[in-house]
Design a protein around this ligand. Structure first.
Ligand code: AMP
Ligand code: ZN
Length: 115
């Protein structure tokens, strides 16, 4: 997916504030943060959403989750953090390259408002 925004960031064609990088994964700060710490983790391989993940992606998905916890600590989120994966238009996904939001710091409100 040569014109995918996050593929272009992964290739270094569009600048990003990198948090972590290895041969399979890139993490970078969200351009429009909703909390003091808000970074995104992506597989470098293009995968449009969680709905496109196959059994062969199991190790990569597990790696991303384990890394989320490690990177949250390096970003100062010792007290915990929120992970969000928006999937498809019904899930509010805007960029169709699988990404995990890692959010924390400050006041993190409940995800679901109950009456
Ligand atoms: P989602 O709604 O889950 O698809 O989230 C897409 C996220 O990508 C949003 O939080 C945007 O602020 C973020 N975003 C869009 N463009 C960039 C960019 N060039 N660099 C960093 N984050 C971006
Ligand atoms: Zn992509």
């Amino acid at each position: 997916m040569s014109d995918c925004l996050f593929c272009r960031i992964a290739r270094g064609e569009i600048p990003a504030s990198k948090v972590y990088e290895d041969d399979e994964v890139l993490a970078f700060n969200d351009i429009n943060p909703v909390a003091p710490v808000h970074f995104l983790m992506i597989p470098k391989q293009h995968l449009a959403s969680l709905d496109d993940a196959q059994a062969g992606h199991q190790a990569l998905l597990g790696k991303l989750l384990l890394l989320a916890s490690k990177l949250a600590k390096t970003q100062g989120l010792e007290q915990g953090f929120r992970t969000v994966i928006n999937t498809g238009r019904g899930g509010g996904q805007e960029v169709f390259h699988l990404h995990i939001h890692v959010i924390g710091g400050g006041n993190i409100p409940p995800m679901v408002k109950r009456n």
